[in-house]
Design a protein around this ligand. Sequence first.
Ligand SMILES: Cc1ncc(COP(=O)(O)O)c(C=O)c1O
Length: 300
Amino acid sequence: MSAAPRCVWLDGRVVPAQEAKVSVFDRGFLFGDGVYEGLRAFGGRVVGEQLHIDRLKAGLAAIGVKGFDAEALPAMTRELLAAEGLEDAFIYWQITRGAPPPGLAARTRKASELRTFAPTVVGFATPQPSLEHCCAPAVKTAAVVEDPRWRRCDIKAISLLGAVLAGLEAAAQGAEDAILVRDSLVAEAQHANVVLAVDGAVVTPALDSVPMLAGVTRRLLLDACPEIVEQPVTVEQLRRADEIMLVGTTTMVTAVTALDGSPVPGAAGGAPGPVCRRLYDTLVEAIERDIARPVQEAAS
Ligand SMILES: Cc1ncc(COP(=O)(O)O)c(C=O)c1O
């Protein structure tokens, strides 16, 4: 299911993967200066497409990258999927500030010069299971890790070193994922948001409580399940939760079965608990509704 892409979208057209070349002076390569989106398509339809577009626009505006219209994403994605011959896929889009125009220093840091760059746009798609094959939540173990990342986790930045460090620390503790905590408040996992069943309620960390990404999957679930409460979530709540769930585009709703080596009570015997299974089914239904929406004409 994770075959290497045969095609790459690069700066306006689809090319064979082996021909996709980017300058070593590209700001994404040298500085991690760019943003990305990870989309999921079922039957050729992208889930939460407008939410991804809006988040990408916000990220590009936050880092001051101009020259790419995120509204073009649906048409680009359709073209990429058709070239790759995929309908059920994960699609990665990355927009960096680009390489320096002729005459500029390779590693210029002058803000006035950064405004003259043209962005580099790269995308590729890999196969994923169809929605019919999304039948049950996955399970994984997690460790609590002090969040080593910067404070602008609302930006989906390509520089993921903080998440990599957290993952290495979790792995050193024998866990498969890290749940990141800052000032004793739960933020998110390495690549997913967190939802807990605790004290008889279903809660997810509020976006303004601690730096984190506004996940598309989190939004779909909040819209579909009014019972989920957004609030600051403490590490103590995490540790006494009946169930811990990770939610994200490829994660869907995944059950955490053990935290820091101790079993999570609601995921007895390593199986997803009742809240997790309910949220998973709710997400699948929300995805079914979302991908049944009328096709929008390409913006450009
Ligand atoms: C740090 C982080 N949080 C949350 C998410 C979940 O976001 P989404 O549901 O949009 O995939 C991701 C997805 O990559 C992520 O990297």
